[in-house]
Design a protein around this ligand. Structure first.
Ligand SMILES: NC(=O)c1ccc[n+]([C@@H]2O[C@H](COP(=O)([O-])OP(=O)(O)OC[C@H]3O[C@@H](n4cnc5c(N)ncnc54)[C@H](OP(=O)(O)O)[C@@H]3O)[C@@H](O)[C@H]2O)c1
Length: 357
C-alpha cells in the first residue's frame, strides 16, 4: 500500500495535534518537521508530542524542508505567509492548512491567484480545513442543507471558554482578548478578520448555488472586572474578556448566513466580567437552519471532561481534520485550491482494509 510522505510545519497547539495524527495514521509516513523555536530544533518529532521516537528530527531551515521528498505539508504556523506557501506548492508538495484559504476566491483574490498559479506549477493541490472554519462554519451546515428545501437562515455559533487555549497569536493578537477597546478598534487584523469569516459564508452560498450580495459585521465585547489568569497570561481588569463576533451574509435569494463566535475568559457564570451574556454552555457549537425544515445540531464535549480537555479536544479536531484529508487531497485531479465542494467525504482512518467491490 502506498504511504503518503508528510511534513508537519510548526508544532504549536494545532500543529502538535496534527503531528500526533500523522504519526498514528496508517496511510501516512512522517518525513519532516519544520519548527521555529530554538529549543525544538533537533528534537525527535515523537519527543515534541510525548510519543515514541520516530527517527525524524525537527529542523528550522526552510530550504532543508523544501528539499525533502514529500507528498504533502500540513502547514500550521502563526502567522502564515502566502509566499512561503507558494514556494512549498511549487516544490511539488500538496499543502493542507487551517489558515484562511477555505474559499479565498472572493475575499482574497490576489492570494487565490498566486496560490492557484503555484499549484499549477507544482502540479499539486491546496486545501484549507480545520474545526471552525473548516468544519462547523461550512462543511457540516452544508451537509445538513441536503435535508432542506427552502432555507431562510443558517446560523453557526461557537462557544468557547478560552482560558486554556495557549496561542497568544490567536487569542490576543487575532481575537482581541486582553486588549483595551481602543486597541481592539485599531487591531491591524480587524479587516482581515472580517474577510476571514466571510470565506465560509461565501463557500456556503456557493454550495447553495448562490452568491452573497450584502455582508455585515458586528463586534460586541465585555471587559474584565478583575485580573483573570489564563494560558496566555493575565487578562487585566478593564480589557476585553468576552468577544462576540457576528458576520452575516445575505444571498441573492434572501438566505441569511451567520457566523458567530462567543469567546470568553471566564467560566459560564461570568462573575469576572463587567456584565453577563446569555450563553448556554462553556464550549461547543450550534448549527441552526431555519426554513421549511428547522434543524438544530448541537456539538458538545462530555460534561465529565474538564475545560482544559474541551479546549485540547477542540484543537485536536482541527489538527486531525487536516491529517485525515491527506490521501484525498493528494489524489484530487486538476491542480489548484480544493474546497470542501471539490473533494469527496473526509473520514477518520483506523486501518488499510478496502472491500473488493
Ligand atoms: N481553522 C481552524 O479551525 C483553526 C483553529 C485554530 C487555529 N487555527 C490556525 O492554525 C494556526 C496555528 O494555530 P495554533 O493554535 O497552533 O497557534 P500556536 O499554538 O500559537 O502555534 C503557532 C506556531 O507557529 C510557529 N511560529 C513561531 N514563530 C513563528 C513565526 N514568526 N512565523 C510563523 N510561525 C511561527 C511556532 O511553531 P514551533 O512551536 O514548532 O516552533 C508556533 O508553535 C494559526 O494560523 C491559526 O490561525 C485554525
Amino acid at each position: 500500500m502506498k504511504k503518503y510522505r508528510v511534513i508537519q510545519w510548526a508544532t504549536g497547539v494545532v500543529g502538535s495535534a496534527a503531528l500526533r495524527g500523522i504519526i498514528r495514521h496508517p496511510k501516512l509516513e512522517l518525513v519532516g518537521v519544520k519548527v521555529y523555536s530554538d529549543d525544538k530544533e533537533g528534537l525527535d518529532a515523537g519527543d515534541i508530542v510525548g510519543m515514541d521516537k520516530t527517527g525524524v528530527q525537527a529542523i528550522q531551515d526552510i530550504d532543508a524542508i523544501l528539499a525533502l521528498d514529500a507528498d504533502c505539508v500540513i502547514y500550521c504556523p502563526m502567522p502564515w505567509d502566502v509566499d512561503e506557501m507558494c514556494r512549498l506548492l511549487e516544490s511539488g508538495k500538496h499543502l493542507i492548512t487551517p489558515c484562511p484559504y477555505w474559499f479565498p476566491f472572493i475575499q482574497d483574490q490576489e492570494a487565490a491567484k498566486l496560490i492557484e498559479a503555484a499549484c499549477k506549477k507544482g502540479n499539486v493541490n491546496l486545501h484549507a480545513s480545520g474545526c471552525n472554519p473548516g468544519g462547523i462554519a461550512e462543511r457540516f451546515p452544508l451537509t445538513f442543507t441536503g435535508w432542506c428545501n427552502r432555507i431562510d437562515r443558517i446560523t453557526m455559533t461557537e462557544y468557547g471558554d478560552c482560558r486554556a487555549y495557549s496561542s497568544e497569536g490567536v487569542v490576543r493578537e487575532l481575537m482581541n482578548l486582553g486588549k483595551t477597546p481602543e486597541e481592539a478598534a485599531n487591531n491591524p487584523y480587524k479587516e482581515f478578520l472580517t474577510s476571514f469569516w466571510n470565506q465560509p459564508i461565501d463557500l456556503i452560498a456557493e454550495g447553495l448555488g448562490s452568491e452573497i450580495i450584502t455582508y455585515e459585521a458586528k463586534h460586541d465585547f465585555i471587559l474584565a472586572n478583575q485580573p483573570i489568569e489564563t494560558a496566555v497570561g493575565i487578562i487585566e481588569e478593564g480589557t476585553i474578556a468576552l468577544n462576540r463576533n457576528r458576520h452575516i451574509g445575505k444571498t441573492r435569494e434572501g438566505t441569511e448566513i451567520i457566523e458567530e463566535q462567543i469567546w470568553f475568559m471566564d467560566d459560564i457564570e461570568q462573575t469576572r466580567l463587567q456584565s453577563k451574556m446569555d450563553i448556554p454552555r462553556s464550549s461547543g457549537w450550534r448549527i441552526k437552519i431555519d426554513g421549511d425544515v428547522n434543524i438544530i445540531v448541537d456539538i458538545d464535549f462530555p460534561p465529565e471532561l474538564s475545560q482544559e480537555e474541551h479546549v485540547a479536544q477542540g484543537m485536536s479536531t482541527t489538527g486531525f481534520h487536516l491529517v485525515n484529508a491527506v490521501p484525498i487531497v493528494c489524489e484530487a485531479d486538476n491542480p489548484g485550491i480544493k474546497t470542501f465542494l471539490d473533494l469527496p467525504m473526509i473520514t477518520g482512518c483506523m486501518g488499510t482494509h478496502v472491500t473488493d467491490r
